[in-house]
Structures are given as structure tokens and as C-alpha cells.
Design a protein around this ligand. Structure first.
Ligand SMILES: [Zn+2]
Length: 208
């Protein structure tokens, strides 16, 4: 994740090896244990991102609520890794934001990546990243000074629960972040970090 630590074996669960980085405390599935992109895509297509599903909207509101409280109406946002049904962008548009979409599988046009935004959202994405450090650099570039980055991912907590954790069992989840991992990231980029709700990280980039 941080490209600074030397990850070493953390746990092996049903022949899948997970490593832990001693610097940022990220837990990473060993690269040779990961799915190929065709198999990954098949799993993603099963994710339920229906914009009309009230349970899913309630789930996403843990991020959209705090974001709307900090970002003025009319701000421009990018939903990075929006998936097949852009529920989050729909909700933010309903709140008066101007949204762009990018997803390597479902919205692969990279034109939206050529500008900067008042905020970027990234929900249920960062746990899938095979090159997380590279993507966080890209996210930093996409955000204007003073802008916001909203991330949703299940934070990894007690190590004793890792093996049976539902989040760990999704074969496309390859990186797990502790809150301290997200703080490490904030310190690295000189962002501030707030955790306004469970499993929600809201970063603000410095104004200058
Ligand atoms: Zn690390």
C-alpha cells in the first residue's frame, strides 16, 4: 500500500496468503493468490448497486450526508470506481452536485480523469486495488486544493476476527485498511482525516 514497508506473512487461510505491512499496517492478499481480471469482472457484475434500492441508499448516506454538510451545492465531483449502477452519483446529483463517473470496467472513458474536482468519492473500491499506492497518487491529483476525498471500505480491526470476517471472504478484496493505515495515508499526502461514520473516511486536501 505504502511502497515503503516490506510486507511479511500475516495469515494463511485456505491456501490464500495474506501479508501485513509493518509501516502502514495494511493487510494484503499475496499477488499470486489474486483473481484474474475476467473472474474479477464476473464477481463485480453481481454487486448490487441499484440506485433505487433504499437499503443501499441508506448505506451510502453514511458518506453522502457528511460530504453534503461540507461541500457547497453545485460543486463538481467524480465517483471513482462507480461500478455498474452509479447509485452514489445519482444521490449526489439529487443533492445538487455535478457528477462525473469513472470505472475501469463499467465506465472506462478516461476523459473525466483529465481535470480536478471539488471532491472525489470512492466507495467499496479501495479494497479491490491491486496497485493501491498508484491509485492514491492519482486520487490526490484529481482533487483541487481544499477539496475532499470520501472513501468507504470496511476498516480492519481485530486480527483474531480476520479469518472469519465477511469482508475478507470476498475473493476480489485484496487490501484491508486499518484506521491507522488511512491515517498513514493522510499524513503522507498532508490530508486531514475524519471518520464521520463507521467505515467512512473523509479526507481534505490542504488548501495551498
Ligand atoms: Zn505499507
Amino acid at each position: 500500500m505504502c511502497e515503503q514497508g516490506q510486507p511479511s506473512l500475516f495469515q494463511t487461510i485456505k491456501s490464500i496468503r495474506y501479508n501485513r505491512c509493518p509501516v502502514c499496517m495494511a493487510t494484503l492478499m499475496a499477488p499470486e493468490c489474486r483473481l484474474n481480471s475476467d473472474d474479477e469482472r464476473a464477481v463485480y457484475a453481481l454487486h448490487n448497486n441499484d440506485p433505487h434500492d433504499s437499503g443501499y441508499r441508506r448505506f451510502l448516506s453514511r458518506l453522502t450526508g457528511p460530504l453534503e454538510a461540507r461541500v457547497p451545492t453545485g460543486s463538481r465531483g467524480l465517483d471513482f470506481g462507480c461500478g455498474p449502477g452509479p447509485a452514489l452519483a445519482t444521490m449526489l446529483e439529487e443533492a445538487g452536485m455535478v457528477m462525473s463517473l469513472y470505472d475501469p470496467y463499467f465506465y472506462p472513458d478516461t476523459t473525466p480523469l483529465e481535470r480536478q474536482y471539488d471532491f472525489v468519492t470512492c466507495t467499496e473500491v479501495v479494497e479491490h486495488l491491486h496497485q493501491p499506492a498508484q491509485v492514491f497518487r492519482q486520487l490526490d491529483d484529481l482533487i483541487k486544493p481544499g477539496g475532499w476525498l470520501g472513501i468507504m471500505t470496511c476498516f480492519q480491526t481485530e486480527d483474531s476476527r480476520f479469518a472469519n470476517w465477511h469482508y475478507r471472504r470476498d475473493p476480489t478484496h485484496v487490501v484491508f485498511y486499518r484506521q491507522s493505515t488511512l491515517q498513514w495515508l493522510a499524513d503522507q499526502y498532508r490530508w486531514t482525516l475524519e471518520v464521520p461514520a463507521k467505515d467512512v473516511a473523509l479526507f481534505q486536501k490542504l488548501k495551498t
